[in-house]
Design a binder for this molecule. Structure first.
Ligand code: 5GP
Ligand code: ZN
Length: 112
């Protein structure tokens, strides 16, 4: 989608702080981190919300990437939180599916 911020990251028009990339997935640091580690994991394919995720293989790859990044960031043992915000009441601001990976401190408050 041409006017989607995360699509622009996926196609290289905008260059975030990338921590992982393959042909299907991009992961980058959140611009407004809520924790010492705050990474967003996105499918390169435009999927608007979790409601539109019907590819179970891709769902597994996204989750596997979160775990790999938690290990890479050295927070897999101390712990982390993974969040997917869906639509308005879920607090979704960017309408391209993304998984938040938060860690590096005790995560108490929910992600507002
Ligand atoms: P949501 O509320 O949609 O689940 O989360 C969107 C996230 O995207 C927020 O945590 C916000 O800080 C992050 N974000 C918004 N714009 C940018 C940007 O231009 N670059 C990066 N790296 N993160 C962004
Ligand atoms: Zn998009």
């Amino acid at each position: 989608m041409s006017d989607c911020l995360f699509c622009k990251m996926a196609n290289g028009e905008i260059n975030p702080d990338v921590v992982y990339e393959d042909d299907k997935i991009l992961a980058f640091r959140d611009i407004n981190p809520k924790a010492p580690v705050h990474i967003l994991v996105i499918p390169k394919l435009h999927i608007t919300t979790l409601n539109e995720l019907d590819n179970t293989n891709l769902a597994g790859l996204l989750l596997k990437t979160v775990v790999q990044l938690a290990i890479q960031e050295n927070i897999s043992e101390s712990g982390y939180r993974t969040i997917i915000n869906c639509n308005s009441d879920g607090g979704q601001e960017v309408y391209h599916l993304h998984l938040h990976l938060l860690g590096g401190k005790k995560i108490i408050a929910p992600l507002a």
